[in-house]
Design a protein around this ligand. Structure first.
Ligand SMILES: *[C@@H]1O[C@H](CO)[C@@H](O)[C@H](O)[C@H]1NC(C)=O
Ligand SMILES: *[C@@H]1O[C@H](CO)[C@@H](O)[C@H](O)[C@H]1NC(C)=O
Length: 356
């Protein structure tokens, strides 16, 4: 992959955008009676979005997330997470006192699997279609609506449940990949945030009363971009674009809360929290020997973490101590990276609105 040639502001996020993903699957839920208790609502977590939130939806035969060395820290083998271990969803579930909800996967699902909620997030996707054929966010919400239509969740359950939406930049990466020009970015940011607004409204309309949405991370600080600067500095133009998206998104969240006269919508500021850790401004930063340079790197530009060549020879380097690096691969934090972000979000009471 030659991202020089593409020269976009967001060159292909190769690890978001797996080449050959399978299309969305029809979820099969065995028809057995509802187990849920009529009298007490059970809190659940429903997750939508991309690889920052996916805990195993991308097909095994395809993504690097199912290849060594993904998952070496947790659960100890590749298990579909885009990290050495836990991802953001797992920390939000922990915060809510839930087990991480099941990824939809492709096998049959029994109602008791849905007890903690469902993770619909799919690595590589966006609010619009991206370069991979995974389910966009609309399709993910369609799957959620299908489960609701099949009465797998009661209205009271939905009312006390939480939705988490992750959009980490695949729409922008795809546009850059296809277009090569950044002229269209202002219009694109508008379109992405408008579609997000529709998605947020729709989930609210389905009865969920807490809907948290992540900001874009500082995209210019992802190793895929800092690699050009020997992992020493961020690309400020890309960060600026992420900032523009975030300003609009935050405005939308405020507006939706006003419209619904509620605190249903919560903006999770990943941008500031990534940035502060990466800038060494926080106690959390000192845990890391490497802030910008990822633990797992392809041996050359054609290869990424987890790649092997046709002879099965591995084409990546992996560090000895993933717990001492913030980034795992060229776009995703390590488990310890997510843990640091989570700790900081808690410390600044940024998650309390999810509970109130
Ligand atoms: C999402 O994907 C579906 C199915 O491929 C497509 O029909 C729809 O237009 C997409 N929605 C958006 C907002 O891109
Ligand atoms: C690329 O960007 C230009 C300028 O904004 C726009 O006119 C064109 O439609 C875009 N092409 C694609 C394929 O998105």
């Amino acid at each position: 992959m030659d991202s020089q040639k593409l020269l976009p502001l967001f060159p292909i996020l190769s690890l978001f955008l797996f080449a050959l993903l399978a299309g969305p699957r029809e979820l099969q839920v065995s028809a057995s009676p509802l187990f849920s208790n009529k009298f007490s609502a059970t809190k659940k977590l429903f997750v939508f979005g991309d690889s920052y939130a996916d805990t195993g939806n991308v097909k095994k035969s395809i993504g690097n997330s199912w290849k060594h060395p993904y998952g070496i820290t947790f659960p100890g083998k590749p298990a579909g997470r885009f990290s050495d271990g836990r991802v953001f969803t797992d920390y939000i579930a922990k915060f809510l006192g839930l087990k991480s909800p099941m990824a939809l996967r492709w096998e049959r699902v029994a109602p008791h699997h849905l007890k903690e909620g469902v993770n619909f997030a799919y690595g590589g996707t966006g609010v619009f279609d991206t370069s991979i054929p995974g389910p966009n966010m609309t399709t993910q919400i369609d799957s959620f609506q299908n489960l609701i239509n099949r009465l797998l969740f009661s209205a009271t359950d939905l009312h006390s449940s939480i939705a988490l939406l992750s959009v980490a930049g695949n729409d922008y990466a795809t546009y850059a990949d296809r277009n090569g020009s950044t002229q269209g970015y202002p219009a694109l940011i508008n379109a992405v945030v408008n579609q997000m607004t529709a998605n947020l409204r729709r989930i609210h309309g389905l009865g969920v009363r807490k809907i948290a949405v992540t900001s874009l991370e500082p995209i210019g600080c992802l190793p895929m971009h800092t690699a050009l600067f020997s992992y020493k500095q961020c690309d400020h133009i890309k960060n600026h674009l992420a900032g523009q998206h975030n300003i609009m998104l935050r405005t939308v969240v405020d507006r939706l809360n006003k419209e619904t006269n509620s605190k249903s919508f919560v903006y999770i500021d990943l941008y500031t929290n990534f940035q502060q850790i990466l800038n060494g401004l926080k106690a959390e930063s000192s845990k890391f020997q490497a802030l910008y340079k990822p633990c797992c790197i392809g041996v050359s530009r054609e290869y990424s973490c987890g790649s092997i060549d046709e002879n099965g020879v591995k084409k990546y380097f992996v560090c000895d101590h993933p717990e001492a690096t913030f980034f795992w691969d060229s776009v995703h934090p390590t488990q310890e990276g997510w843990n640091a972000v989570y700790h900081q979000l808690r410390e600044t009471n940024s998650l309390t609105d999810i509970l109130t």
